[in-house]
Design a protein around this ligand. Structure first.
Ligand code: PEP
Ligand code: MG
Length: 550
């Protein structure tokens, strides 16, 4: 039996085959090659692309209707477009080079040509050419989309995973994550919890690439990966799995019940999501709203700035699916571990303290304006609220509000519907925002405490660093006192306050949150029903602030 110990970052027990993720080398170089052989490779890549696009079009027609299916059919036509293919062939012949290089060059040439056209529709075709070119390149280089070349769902193993890599993977193929590096507070761990799948990080070199293909058992609570379990371990794992399934069934009975303590204190139980697809699990777990939609995941998942329309559609779909329940959408929070190539941000020594989140938005008004326009347009379709991350100063909120005013003025002039009373809130995740909470509370409708960053900045502890272990402690009295200060300031100003950091889902902290007077908890969808069970057993009046004492 082999037992590898790591840090459990998303609960759950399961078994499956380990699949070691290999990062695709995407750098393409010109190399001299036998042109006839390259032409044959190209033909094979084209055939494969057409077959892939046919499947995509078919699936799409069933799931999303004709319009999206037509897009894939058009892509299939591009693959064989005469001019495009001629351009590839002539590069190969003239330069006696490899197919990859010729495809890349043709892709760049045609995308630039479309982008330079006057007609907006034709300009938009540049993205299609890029997409088709990437598909051909992937096929030529043997890169599997989503990185998982397996029919069966697998336990995905990797050295570490960036949030953008995780987002681009085919989630239906992933049973759980196990990584050599990483930390429980990283966005990849957060994504695993949102997806409701077990995850273990910090397994180090003991998680060997040669385990690829081996059957393993993972326990996202104890942080153990087990290969070839002995009979006793196997029995214990099975028992835990069955218990987990029973608890899930029990929690189902809490659906539709109120989130209220025995002595009548109501607390809002909302959910954190990263994409419109996550709404299904919010509804399945009976979340009463969305307390944090990390909109930056839309940016991370795309190759270029998402357009106003694309964002509008995403926000609108969430607002409509939540059917009148509050949907708090956080404006772009990139930087630190969430790097987006096309933003071309400078490399920083201390990215967590660098140009990130609202700072980028205030420095790049056009990017900010596009997102705010999409958000206000979506506000006509549900109870959308806008939240600004990483606020440190009063002037930042005033500037954000000015940007909102200007967007509302534009939309009014254009006759575009929106809700002028859209609530505006800020995240409390810097010590400065805690100290300034009384002034900040005068400017907004709600606060939401980001305990992940608040812990990082209050304790001067990098949330990404696995070695910090016990030093990164969201239960630290300093963090809890900061939470209390912000809560008192919010209530003094008559606004509500919630927690959307990972600490909100920590059931052991519920009595302290009740004693502090937190009004809302926004958690990963799978944490809603267990928290509801606990809230309904609690008596708020008997809860105390002991944890705030050192
Ligand atoms: C937080 O910092 O607690 C938070 C909710 O935001 P993120 O984890 O996305 O930085
Ligand atoms: Mg944060």
């Amino acid at each position: 039996m082999i037992v590898i110990q790591g840090k459990g970052v998303s609960k759950g027990v399961l078994k499956g085959n380990i699949y070691f993720y290999h990062r695709a080398e995407k750098k393409i170089e010109k190399v001299s090659a036998d042109v006839e052989a390259e032409k044959a490779r190209l033909a094979e890549a084209q055939q494969k692309a057409i077959a892939q696009l046919e499947v995509l079009a078919e699936n799409c027609r069933e799931e999303a209707g004709d319009e999206t299916a037509i897009l894939f059919e058009t892509h299939a036509m591009f693959v064989e477009d005469e001019d495009y293919v001629d351009a590839i062939m002539s590069t190969m012949e003239e330069e006696q080079c490899n197919a990859e290089y010729a495809v890349m060059m043709a892709g760049e040439q045609f995308a630039a040509m479309f982008a330079a056209m006057d007609d907006a529709y034709m300009q938009a075709r540049a993205a299609d050419i890029k997409d088709v070119t990437q598909r051909l390149l992937n096929n030529l280089m043997g890169i599997v989309e989503g990185g998982i070349d397996s029919e069966e769902p697998v336990i995905l193993a990797a050295d570490d995973l960036a949030p953008s890599e995780t987002l681009q993977m085919d989630k239906t193929k992933i049973l759980g994550f196990v990584t050599q590096g990483g930390s429980g507070n990283s966005h990849t761990a957060i994504l695993a919890r949102t997806m409701g799948i077990p995850a273990i990080c910090g397994l180090g070199d003991a998680l060997k690439p040669e385990y690829h293909g081996r059957l393993a058992y993972i326990d996202g609570e104890t942080g153990q990966v087990v290969l070839d379990p002995d009979p006793m371990t196997l029995a214990a794992m099975r028992e835990k799995y069955e218990k987990q399934q029973k608890m899930k069934e029990l929690y189902q009975q809490l659906k539709g019940q109120e989130d209220v303590t025995l002595d009548g204190r109501k607390i809002k139980l909302y959910c954190n999501i990263g994409s419109p697809e996550d709404v299904a699990s919010v509804i399945a777990n009976d979340g009463q709203g969305i307390g944090l939609f990390r909109s930056e995941f839309l940016y991370l998942a795309s190759e270029d700035y998402p357009t106003e329309d694309a964002q509008f559609e995403a926000y609108k779909s969430v607002a409509m699916a939540m059917n009148g329940k509050r949907v708090i959408i956080r404006t772009l929070d990139i930087g630190a571990d969430k790097q987006v190539g096309y933003f071309n941000l400078n490399k920083e020594e201390n990215p967590a303290m660098g140009l990130r989140a609202v700072r980028i938005c205030l420095n790049r008004p056009e990017v900010f304006r596009t997102q705010l326009r999409a958000l206000y347009r979506a506000s006509a379709y549900g109870k959308v609220a806008i939240m600004f991350p990483m606020i440190a100063s009063v002037w930042e909120v005033k500037e954000c509000r000015r940007a909102c005013q200007s967007v509302m003025k534009e939309l009014t002039e254009e006759g575009v519907p929106f809700n002028p009373d859209t609530e505006i809130g800020i995240m409390i995740e810097t010590p400065s925002s805690v100290f300034m909470a009384e002034e900040l509370a005068q400017l907004v409708d709600f606060f939401s405490v980001g305990t992940n960053d608040l812990t990082q900045y209050t304790l001067a502890c990098d949330r990404q660093c696995n070695d910090l272990g016990k030093f990164f402690d969201p239960h630290h009295p300093a963090v809890l006192r900061a939470l209390k200060m912000a809560t008192d300031a919010a209530h003094k100003a008559g606004i509500w306050i919630g927690i959307c950091g990972e600490l909100g889902a920590d059931i052991s902290m519920l009595p302290t949150f009740l004693a502090i007077g937190v009004d809302e908890l926004s958690v990963t969808p799978s944490a809603v029903l267990p928290l509801r069970a606990e809230i309904r057993k609690s008596i708020a009046q008997t809860c105390n602030l002991d944890m705030l004492n050192a």
